[in-house]
Design a binder for this molecule. Structure first.
Ligand code: GLU
Length: 281
């Protein structure tokens, strides 16, 4: 087996909170236990919400937690050109279409809330548009049905080592279309790569062997594996860890500043206290 390489990939749009710290500690501990590498990547392609100050605070908090990373921190915003060849390739394959929809347009088209999906599947308003009709402010979406058709009978699979979904997964085309659909790969108005593609491409570029992250992202793995398969890239192994819950068993919200690591630091707690709180002592 090759060397174990994993990463922690926060979006620097707010402070590091307990849930992030837990995720970083799990990835870090797995890499160190395997004698592998632990990398840090700032997923800062949302240029409006990402701030260098948040990135700096995240690094400070991780250091305080006793987490060390190997090599320089990768900033996606600093290498936006690196994602263009993949977008061009998908355009050549005729798998992208321009989209001018606002969130309000999408919500209005989804007459009733969609059952059983954690995510608003794009209702296809712009789906018939061709790339020739692209306006400067348009986003680009993946035409998922066409992408899957192109892969034909090819079995698309990935391996998962996390506790909840352990095993080999074969991606079910109809399920992916119904639950994830035509995701945005290039953002509206900015011509900037979006999360699904940037994150998957960097996992490959950074030689990640194990994508360690929270199980809230498990459902998105299918789309990232589809993108990597379309582009002919190797597929990493995925490890989705369980999420920590508060005293009432409720999943911790992403933005819960009361559980910001910097707040615990100010309150005089130690990194060992944090490890004990999340059950990793
Ligand atoms: N940047 C994403 C987040 O902060 C995580 C991406 C990933 O681990 O794949 O939620």
């Amino acid at each position: 087996m090759g060397r174990f390489v994993t990463r922690f990939a926060p979006s620097p749009t707010g402070p590091l909170h307990l849930g992030h710290a837990y995720s970083a500690m799990i990835g870090h501990d797995m890499a160190r236990a395997a004698g592998g590498r632990f990398l840090l990547r700032m997923e800062d392609t949302d240029l409006e919400r990402s701030k260098p100050e948040w990135a700096a605070l995240i690094e400070e908090d991780l250091t305080w937690l006793g987490i060390t990373w190997d090599g320089p921190v990768l900033s996606q915003a600093a290498q936006l050109d690196s994602y263009n060849p993949a977008l061009e390739r998908l355009t050549e394959m005729d798998l992208l279409y321009p989209c001018s929809c606002t969130r309000a347009d999408i919500r209005a088209a989804l007459a009733a809330p969609q059952e059983g999906v954690a995510y608003d599947v794009y209702p296809g308003i712009c789906k018939a548009r061709s790339m020739e009709s692209r306006q400067s402010g348009d986003a680009l979406r993946l035409h998922l049905d066409r992408a899957l058709e192109r892969l034909g009978g090819q079995e698309i699979t990935f391996d998962e080592t996390g506790p909840t979904h352990k095993g080999r997964h074969v991606i079910d085309h109809a399920h992916a279309i119904a639950t994830i659909g035509d995701v945005v790969l290039s953002r509206k108005g900015e011509n900037i790569v979006a999360y699904f593609l940037a994150s998957a491409l960097d996992d490959v570029a950074q030689g990640i062997t194990h994508v360690v992250r929270g199980e809230d992202l498990f459902d998105f793995t299918a789309i990232q594996v589809i993108l990597l398969t379309l582009l002919g890239h190797p597929i990493p192994t995925y490890h989705h860890h369980t999420l920590i819950r508060d005293e009432n068993g409720k999943r911790l919200a992403k933005r819960d500043d009361a559980r910001a690591i910097s707040k615990y630091r100010e309150d005089g707690l130690t990194s060992q206290d944090i490890r004990e709180m999340v059950g990793l002592a």
